[in-house]
Design a protein around this ligand. Structure first.
Ligand code: T3D
Length: 257
């Protein structure tokens, strides 16, 4: 199975599983990834998503053997049918999506990682905008997210030069949220995923929607978005539970409703 998937403690764990080719994406893995992301979106039992890679890499982007195979999908179809729907799903799932980058993340692998809501990386992990080295442009949302995360200058340089960025440098630039010791990465990132899965899921989902919209909106429009989504948040069970628990000086028990 190119994608491993399990649900425990309201967290969906997705593991990219083609370790022999550094979890590079072929069509089968891209479509299987989309399928489990759809399940993450729809299944109310799932309240946070955790994505990582099997073996020594996170993901080396497109499987280049498939990309040049004469009977394989065209380059346009690869972008349109594989990567664009993956990025749209990661941003569209109104639940926290945590990425644990366990090794090298190159090409589409790097951009799938930074499209996630909270990115952890192992100390030995690295990020490479590998596209320029093979004559391609960065895809999988990279030209959208990377300049917003680290600024236009640095994004341009990394995308044109294809430099390898170590996890600590990625952290200093604001590309990712946290670096963990290699042997702590899975535990620490899963702990945060489990913590998020116990929080008010609807409120977190509306937060993600507001942040998505903030990428395009002017201030007036964004203030309207906040008014609308705050009203929706206030109508949730978890808001009432949160306030009652505070007033009664007890720990809230959120249901994600
Ligand atoms: O159609 C389209 O292409 C459009 C879509 C574009 C999206 C993209 O993602 S384009 C970018 C594609 N990815 C790359 O260009 C990265 C290619 N890989 C590398 O540069 C290096 O493998 C890494 C820097 C990621 C890691 O280097 P290293 O030295 O740690 O490992 P390695 O020895 O290069 O790779 C180990 C094995 O994985 C090796 O196979 P082998 O020799 O053991 O049989 C290697 O061929 C294989 N592998 C690594 N990346 C890919 C791959 N096989 C197929 N596709 C790959 N992307």
């Amino acid at each position: 199975m190119t994608i491993q998937f399990e649900i425990s403690e309201n967290v969906a764990q997705i593991r990219l599983n083609r370790p022999d080719v550094l979890n590079s994406f072929n069509k089968e893995m891209a479509l299987a990834f989309q399928k489990v992301l759809d399940q993450c979106d729809k299944d109310p039992e799932i309240r946070a998503v955790h994505i990582t890679g099997m073996g020594r890499a996170f993901c080396a982007g497109q499987d280049l053997a498939e990309a040049i195979a004469t009977d394989g999908p065209s380059l346009q179809d690869i972008v349109k049918d594989h990567y664009n729907p993956i990025i749209a799903r990661i941003r569209g799932i109104e639940k926290p999506v945590i990425c644990a980058v366990n090794g090298v993340a190159a090409g589409a692998g790097a951009n799938i990682a930074i499209a996630c809501d909270i990115v952890f990386a192992a100390e030995s992990a690295s990020f490479i905008q590998a596209f320029s080295k093979i004559g391609l442009i960065p895809d999988s949302g990279g030209t959208f997210f990377l300049p917003r995360l680290i600024g236009l200058q640095r994004a341009t340089a990394l995308m044109m030069l294809g430099d390898k960025v170590k996890a600590q440098d990625a952290l200093s630039m604001g590309m990712i949220y946290r670096v963990c010791a290699d042997d702590q990465l899975q535990d620490e990132s899963l702990k945060i995923a489990r913590q998020l899965a116990k929080m008010p899921t609807r409120g977190l989902g509306y937060t993600k929607r507001a942040l998505n919209l903030s990428m395009f909106n002017n201030l007036d429009d964004q203030l309207d978005v906040e008014e609308d989504l705050q009203t929706k948040s206030a109508a949730t069970y978890d808001y009432k539970e949160g306030v009652n628990a505070f007033l009664e000086k007890r720990t809230p028990l959120f249901k994600g409703e």
